[in-house]
Design a protein. Structure first.
Length: 280
């Protein structure tokens, strides 16, 4: 159904400040700074091998600004959205309708780069609450223009997203949606005994959607939590961040064998952030 995980969205209060912070963490400037006038939002985009990251702020009036302001009021800055890419959004729409989900109309979107006036266009299909379960999520088909890819990524900077972490209180329901309806590959389903938590690992376009279950008596819901970025040289990344005044923990062995990790503790706009180097 989906070609990949297109991008992730972080809601921010001050776009300029958040962009500077993420430029420090990621070691590269955004490839796009623009806006969606009809939605009342502005954004900056950071591009990687397998995904792009969007910082989104309210800058006017519209449904987009209302969405950002809602999340800022309810939970503060942080991860709010996950967007799936398709080559044919009409087929996705038809498939979900055949499964008897109440899907809205396909909408048109447009973004303008404030630096060079470049225009990108796309089609959106927003997912209903029974599929999104608290995460702002939609399907996108890019139709015109393209997002620049970064060149010559330094070994101290992330080159791709290793995984995104989502919390859920209903792992079985999550599987029904992401595996059975979205057809995303469920690579692993296991319980971590010393944590007493069930974990799911979905694989999509060279990244992982890691889901951690914490059961409760509330209705089924999911919430985006954190990001783990792959770096080629974590020692260089650690030194670079400390030199930029970013707070980061000492390097340590990761939970996964043959990995080294460090946690970024500042400049993240409330997004738990991990750097990871795979040693094999």
């Amino acid at each position: 159904m989906f070609n990949g995980l297109d991008h992730l969205i972080i809601a921010v209060e001050d776009l300029e400040k958040a962009t500077k912070n993420y430029q420090l963490i990621l070691g590269a400037p955004p490839v796009w700074i623009g806006g969606h006038k009809s939605l009342g939002t502005s954004n900056s985009l950071f591009s990687f091998q397998n995904i792009y990251l969007e910082l989104l702020a309210a800058s006017g009036e519209g449904i987009g600004a209302d969405l950002v302001n809602y999340y800022l009021k309810e939970t503060g800055e942080g991860l709010i959205g996950m967007v799936f890419e398709t080559e044919d959004i009409a087929i996705v729409n038809k498939s979900l309708q055949q499964k008897e989900f109440l899907i809205g109309e396909i909408s048109e979107g447009e973004g303008i780069n404030t630096a060079n006036k470049q225009i990108r266009k796309w089609k959106n299909l927003f997912l209903p609450p029974e599929l999104s379960r608290g995460i702002f999520s939609f399907v996108i088909e890019h139709t015109a223009g393209h997002l620049p890819k970064p060149n010559d990524i330094d070994a101290s900077s992330p080159d791709k997203l290793d995984h995104v972490v989502i919390n859920t209180n209903d792992a079985d329901g999550f599987i029904e949606i992401y595996k059975d309806i979205f057809n995303i590959h469920l690579a692993l389903d296991k319980t971590i005994e010393h944590w007493q938590k069930r974990m799911l690992f979905f694989r999509l376009n060279h990244t992982t959607i890691e889901v951690i279950e914490q059961q409760d008596d509330l209705p089924p819901s999911d919430k985006m939590w954190g990001l783990a970025w792959d770096v080629k040289d974590i020692e260089k990344a650690h030194q670079r961040l400390l030199g930029e005044g970013v707070e980061v923990t000492p390097i340590r062995k990761g939970v996964k064998e043959k990995t080294l990790v460090a946690t970024v503790k500042s400049h993240t706009q409330n997004v738990p952030t991990l750097l990871i180097q795979h040693l094999d």
